[in-house]
Design a protein around this ligand. Structure first.
Ligand code: SF4
Length: 485
């Protein structure tokens, strides 16, 4: 390992940084780096991998920036030893054949990437639209996977060896203002930089995605923060003069302009770079920030997907679908359909999914593949096959139960970290809009999130007291010690 000076890279974009590093190290190396936004400690700065893949949420790019760390370059030269190589190969072959068979039968994820989702969420009335003022977007036809595939897709982009290939390599040739080439957009980007901002033009969204990637920012928090500003201008709370330019829903040029300003902390972008909560708080209307623990919501309005509401409120990283995405069951019916509008067993499912996603993260697995092919296809979604894979890879003796307990342990440890940092049960909440303003239209019309009903049961299932603090008995069960934290 070698630490090198990076003065010559400081200020460069993600693509410039990666190109320079591959040239000066090894063209076969892989690069994780930050862009200008991470250098400026923008709250939603991401760590970009291979130019286009973002460790996007919670401002991890700002953490690198705060340490003056521009990039990490790695070139693997040795084989990864597997404990049971032959059995592992056999199992991988079996799983791969199952995936290929499903792809042949027809897979939306394969055909359209996650861009197939806006139609699904719009039909359920939970597609974030106009800063979550509604869940139905009248211009949804302009932001579908079909549009992306027919007009802008160059080719699907798989992770290594994956037959699903849900990534999208795209190119926009015009109009000039939107032209570019890169990867994306994914569903979350389409929701945040599209419908949430009232933009129904896939070319504009794709360009905004390219910009966020190259400047190193999380498309979700960027889009949702700009949509919050748009609503505040619309409501007369935020003077357009403060923004320095007109700003209204549907204005794609404004979005592109503000993305650049945010990354470089120029003009009004300096305040936007702090995220929607600090923006709305400055103008004394924090209720317009649709956040949990000050992180912007992803693309499922929880008033029509109740489990997701409990997830956003309790996630250790603030609102995040990737912390325990029950939309798999509530929205997509994978592995089985759960009614998105009932509260029944939702606290159990959210605890279960939070622990499960924690294990998937810790193991470095893909969530799409893990839920569909490495977990039982029943309502309990036990990671039985995942335990087999990890046991064959490492030689350790994992079971579905021991993995779920590992997830519980990691999750609880994270919670204890938050408590030491000053968080309390009062932070396990949602914006007023989610708790008190019913959705105005669509199948979930009239619904809010009944968090007060779900939260006490969730705490109980987690072994936390009524203030959301893990009990001594829970810590003992998990082999954790309070004093060591
Ligand atoms: S590994 Fe997962 S994220 Fe990557 S292409 Fe396959 S399904 Fe998509």
């Amino acid at each position: 390992m070698e630490i090198r000076p990076a003065e010559h890279l400081w200020g460069k974009t993600v693509s410039e940084t990666e190109d320079a590093l591959l040239e000066e190290t090894d063209p076969k190396a892989r690069v994780a780096c930050i862009g200008p936004s991470g250098e400026r400690l923008v709250k939603m700065a991401s760590i970009m991998n291979d130019k286009h893949r973002a460790a996007g949420r919670s401002g991890v790019g700002a953490v690198m920036g705060s340490k003056n760390l521009k990039a990490v370059v790695i070139r693997g030269t040795q084989k990864v030893e597997l404990a049971e190589a032959k059995q592992m190969r056999d199992l991988c072959r079996t799983v791969r054949q199952e995936v290929i068979a499903d792809v042949k039968k027809g897979s939306s994820l394969h055909e359209y990437g996650t861009a197939y989702v806006p139609i699904v969420t719009n039909e359920l009335g939970i597609l974030p639209t106009y800063n979550f003022q509604t869940g139905v977007f009248e211009d949804v036809e302009g932001i579908t996977g079909v549009v992306l595939t027919e007009k802008y897709l160059i080719q699907p982009k798989p992770c290594f060896g994956c037959p699903i290939a849900c990534g999208r390599h795209t190119r926009v040739e015009g109009p000039e203002i939107y032209s570019g080439e890169g990867e994306g957009p994914e569903y979350e980007t389409i929701a945040a930089l599209g419908s949430a901002c009232g933009i129904g033009d896939m070319a504009a969204i794709t360009k905004a995605n390219y910009l966020c990637n190259d400047l190193g920012m999380d498309t979700i928090s960027v889009g949702m923060t700009i949509s919050c500003a748009m609503e505040m201008v619309e409501k007369g709370i935020l003077p357009a003069d403060d923004v320095g330019r007109p700003l209204r829903f549907g204005d794609a040029e404004a979005v592109l302009d503000l993305i650049r300003q945010m990354a470089y902390r120029e003009g009004f972008g300096d305040l936007l770079a702090e995220g929607s909560y600090r923006l709305a708080e400055k103008y004394e209307h924090p209720e317009f920030s649709i956040t949990a623990k000050k992180q912007e919501f992803p693309g499922y309005d929880p008033r029509g997907s109740k489990g997701m509401g409990l997830l956003y409120a309790t996630s250790n990283v603030g609102a995040s679908h990737m912390a325990g995405d029950l939309a798999y069951m509530e929205v997509f019916g994978t592995p089985k359909k759960l009614d998105p509008l009932t509260l029944e067993r939702k606290p159990w499912y959210i605890k279960h999914f939070e622990d499960l996603f924690t294990v998937i993260d810790a193991a470095g697995l893909c969530v799409f593949l893990s839920i569909r092919y490495l977990c039982d296809a029943d309502y309990e979604v036990a990671p039985t096959r995942m335990a087999e894979v990890l046991s064959l890879a490492t030689g350790a003796d994992y079971t579905a139960e021991s993995l779920m307990q590992a997830g519980d342990r990691i999750y609880t440890l994270e919670r204890m970290f938050l408590i030491r940092a000053g968080f309390t049960g009062a932070d396990d909440t949602l914006p007023k809009r989610m708790l008190e303003e019913p959705l105005p239209e669509g199948p979930a019309k009239g619904h809010v999130v009944e968090l007060d009903v779900m939260l006490p049961e969730f705490y109980q299932l987690r072994g936390w007291d009524e203030d959301g603090v893990p009990t001594d008995a829970k810590l003992e069960e998990l082999g954790l010690a309070r004093q060591s934290l």
